[in-house]
Design a protein. Structure first.
Length: 424
């Protein structure tokens, strides 16, 4: 086989994989518009990911790590196609728009360029010169020389390229700095993987005057932001290092108060709320994060696991701490139906008030099932941190460095919020 034949064969194989990926994402309902479909069929994503095989580059769920830190933790990557398609659909990019991206890998910017067309403008930036040099090299080699690549801390946005019709953030953000809102056009949209009480959701926010209002939310995961916008969770370890409780927006736990909590025996409360094996329940996690004071996430080191706790998810399980007691979400199979097992949600509690804390937790699972399970997603508002209390909508208020995030849950068929909550 000649070199020319090899190259032609490789290109044809990549194109076939690209079409198969696009067809799959359409079938799954991730790609919903013709422009995003065309962008996915056009951009040769495998040329942006030489670290991966062509097959992995076109695998819908595969993330390609492009840089790791000294501990082997991924700090830069090319997001999975399913996530990129989801965010591009959330963004609603149209021809002629000016679009900026914080967190550069090259592929997403190339697809944005396909969406804005020749009359539009795309800027992509990253804090790490390694990342931007890599993006510039691959964009040039694939014919996207018009895309501007900027090396800068994403906290400051793109002051030389305003106003922005769309701003996409492709790294996990804990906060929303003033620059992002200020640089948006009056009818601009921000799409950002925002971390709220430890849960990350890709939120499409529309600008409305001095604040932002969500239009859609999707579950996602991203490497965390570096630079001025970095924010680390607080970790409380129990039973040596076997069990960890991770707190995000607030640190309400007293480490000493939980001494001996695991020696009290486990209280178990079952909710009567069931879920099918393949039924998603991300909305439950967000409801619990909204409804419960002292919310955190429990994780278990699988190499040290003694089975003392049995959470619904050993990597990240909704939990709550109240004084010297804590509780977490559990799950257990209740019916053996061939091909369709059913599971019941429960709550396990530890500590002197473990049963009481578990009962309160369980009631919120029942509230979700009763009022929100089949209803709309919450509306998420973002106001400047100095906004007065009486100017905020009802809901759980999460105060960050730059903004106050309000999560408001309407009841099914209603525009009211289930109950007002405030987190100081």
């Amino acid at each position: 086989m000649t070199e020319t034949t090899k190259n032609t064969s490789g290109a044809a194989s990549a194109e076939a994989l690209r079409d198969a990926l696009t067809d799959k994402l359409i079938k799954q309902g991730i790609i919903r518009s013709r422009p995003v479909e065309t962008a996915f069929r056009t951009v040769p994503r495998h040329l942006f990911t030489p670290e991966a095989t062509v097959g992995k580059a076109y695998d819908a769920e595969s993330v390609v790590a492009t840089k790791k830190d000294e501990h082997g933790i991924t700090i830069s990557s090319v997001s999975a196609p399913v996530i990129q398609a989801m965010m591009l659909e959330q963004a609603g990019i149209e021809p002629g728009m000016r679009v900026a991206e914080i967190g550069s890998g090259g592929v997403n910017a190339a697809m944005a360029a396909e969406l804005v067309g020749r009359d539009g403008e795309v800027i992509t930036g990253d804090i790490d010169p390694f990342v931007t040099d890599r993006a510039r090299r691959f964009l040039d080699s694939t014919g996207y020389q018009r895309i501007q690549v900027v090396t800068a801390d994403g906290e400051g946005g793109f002051p030389d390229h305003t106003p922005l019709d769309r701003l996409l953030v492709t790294v996990g953000a804990w906060d929303i700095p003033p620059s992002w809102m200020e640089q948006l056009a009056a009818d601009g949209r921000l799409v950002v993987p925002l971390r709220m009480r430890g849960l990350t959701r890709s939120v499409a926010f529309d600008k409305e005057g001095d604040h932002l209002v969500s239009r859609s939310t999707e579950i996602c995961g991203f490497v965390t932001m570096q630079g001025a916008g970095a924010h680390k969770e607080r970790l409380l370890l129990l039973r040596g290092k076997e069990i960890g409780l991770r707190f995000d927006d607030d640190w309400g736990a007293d480490a000493d108060a939980l001494n001996g909590a695991l020696d009290t025996g486990r209280a178990e409360v079952w909710t009567g709320v069931t879920v099918g094996r393949d039924e998603p329940f991300g909305r439950l996690q967000m409801w619990l994060a909204t409804a419960l004071d002292g919310f955190c996430q429990l994780s278990v080191d699988t190499t040290l696991d003694t089975g003392l706790v049995s959470p619904q998810n050993r990597m990240a399980c909704p939990a709550v701490v109240n004084g010297g007691s804590f509780a977490y979400l559990a799950i257990d199979r209740t019916e053996e139906i061939p091909g369709a097992p059913v599971f019941e949600f429960g709550v396990h509690g530890f500590g002197p008030d473990g049963e009481t804390v578990a009962e309160r937790f369980a009631e919120q699972v029942r509230a979700w099932d009763r009022d929100h399970r089949h209803g709309p997603d919450p509306v998420i508002y973002v106001y400047p941190v100095g906004a007065p209390e009486d100017a905020l909508p009802q809901g759980r208020v999460i105060t960050k460095r730059h903004v106050r995030v309000v999560i408001s849950w309407p009841l099914k068929g209603q525009a009211t919020v289930h109950q007002p909550m405030r987190e100081k």
